[in-house]
Design a protein around this ligand. Structure first.
Ligand SMILES: *Cc1c(COP(=O)(O)O)cnc(C)c1O
Length: 429
């Protein structure tokens, strides 16, 4: 379909795939590792990136590409790729432009797995990072940059701290230093925020969350805005702006331009070498989730808002983080970046601290204890004893995670049932 002319709601349902006469209405699952050619010369052109086509599903698969095209349309980007997980998406997005000796500026308020990836695993690869508070001043942000900085990273709505990123502030600083801003847009989804409209250059997703929405498939996606001019900063991005000897000397930024270079390199080089692919059947199920993303997000937000308001008025709750509450620290940023709602995730403290938080969770009947968010079913987690247990108290606080914090992901159930469940659990502690 002509993606320019339709609203995001229509793109959720029909974007990325327009069947021809007599073709399947639902996207075909091309469950094949490989593709057949009549001559070796034809296949050779694919290897040299001189022709486009499929030859091996570790690099590209038609089902995955169809779903990636829908996600690109939803974000308003020029190109996209699926990955096997959100972790893989963030790793490939960063590693596509950073190598040993390079440096990343990242918001300190990010997903624990991504914090580990950047601060521990990428450090072992010789890539260092400086973490800044998402609330830092422009001066503090600018001071974090070094000559070898190659990317800036943040999350639109941070998991689990629920801080809201001032995308324009981070984009302006990144661009002033000649590097792109990468934004993990998992929690907001393109329904509630499109980071490219605020200056972000690359968007990543854990599609495991709202995009899939049913707790069915782990997956990720990377989307390029097509706006960043790699060639204008060629000295910083030799991987994109000088010949790739592993691809017969192709220079990605020259051959594929601003719109295609980033995703082509990440596919042809990194996916080839790391192989963290999404399977065609998972891409198919992800697409089923995407077809109702716009309908589901509204209900997740409605339930999140109702639960946050109930908690904020409850005497056994010490604080509530939800940017939809007028008193929230991030309410003003949310009004700017998330005018239609944020997400269904609410975090809060229970009177009595760490132990009371765990006891409260044990009494819940509708909400289940899970290492998950953004599911149709309401779930909750105590990050300090689970996802963030590798962090010390100082790191926890920098990540916006108090030891007594409970993260609740409001699903698609009736909000009154969710509130009754929370009320009875609080009454028992
Ligand atoms: C879950 C999550 C990830 C990691 O994604 P996986 O699909 O679990 O690998 C990355 N970023 C954010 C914001 C997340 O919520």
């Amino acid at each position: 379909m002509d993606e320019q002319n339709f609203s995001i709601n229509t793109l959720c349902v029909q974007g990325g795939y327009t069947p021809g006469n007599g073709e399947p209405r639902q996207i075909p699952i091309v469950q094949s590792t490989t593709f057949k050619y009549d001559t070796s010369d034809e296949m050779g052109k694919l290897f040299d990136l001189e022709a486009s086509g499929y030859f091996y599903s570790r690099l590209q698969n038609p089902t995955c590409d169809t779903v990636a095209a829908k996600i690109a349309a939803l974000e308003g980007g020029s190109a996209a790729m699926l990955t096997g997980s959100g972790q893989a998406a963030n790793f490939l997005a960063l590693f596509n432009i950073c190598s040993a000796g390079d440096h990343i500026v990242a918001s300190s308020s990010i997903y624990g797995g991504t914090f580990n990836l950047i601060s521990v695993t990428m450090a072992k690869m010789g890539i260092t990072a400086t973490f800044v508070s998402p609330d830092c001043t422009e001066e503090e942000l600018n001071a974090a940059f070094q000559d070898n900085t190659r990317a800036v990273f943040g999350e639109t709505i941070a998991n689990p701290a629920l801080t809201v990123l001032d995308i324009e502030k981070f984009a302006n600083a990144a661009h002033a230093h000649g590097v792109p801003l990468i934004v993990d847009n998992t929690f907001a989804t393109p329904i509630n925020c499109r980071p490219f409209e605020w200056g972000a250059d690359i968007v990543t997703h854990s599609t495991t969350k709202y995009m899939d929405g049913h707790g069915a498939c782990v997956g990720g996606a990377i989307v390029d805005s097509g706006h960043f001019d790699w060639m204008a900063h060629a000295d910083k991005f030799p991987g994109l702006c000088t010949p790739d000897e592993s691809y017969h000397g192709v220079t990605y930024a020259e051959r594929f331009g601003k719109e295609g270079a980033f995703i082509t390199k990440a596919t042809a080089q990194l996916m080839r070498d790391f192989g963290c692919v999404q399977s065609p059947i998972n891409a198919y199920m992800l697409n089923l989730g995407l077809e109702s993303l716009h309908v589901r997000m509204a209900r997740h937000c409605e339930n999140g808002q109702a639960v946050a308001e109930f908690l904020a008025a409850h005497p056994n709750i010490t604080y509530v983080n939800y940017c939809g509450l007028p008193g929230d620290k991030y309410h003003a940023l949310a009004e700017k970046y998330l005018p239609n709602g944020s997400c269904g995730v609410v975090s809060f403290g229970v009177k009595g601290g760490r132990e009371a938080a765990k006891a409260f969770m044990g009494h819940l009947k509708v909400a289940a204890i899970e290492t998950h968010v953004a599911d149709a079913r309401t779930c909750c987690l105590h990050p300090a004893s689970t996802t963030h247990r590798q962090m010390n108290d100082e790191q926890l606080l920098a990540a916006g995670v108090q030891p007594d914090l409970v993260r609740m992901s409001c699903g698609l159930e009736d909000k009154n049932d969710l509130i009754r469940d929370i009320a009875q659990a609080l009454d028992q502690i």
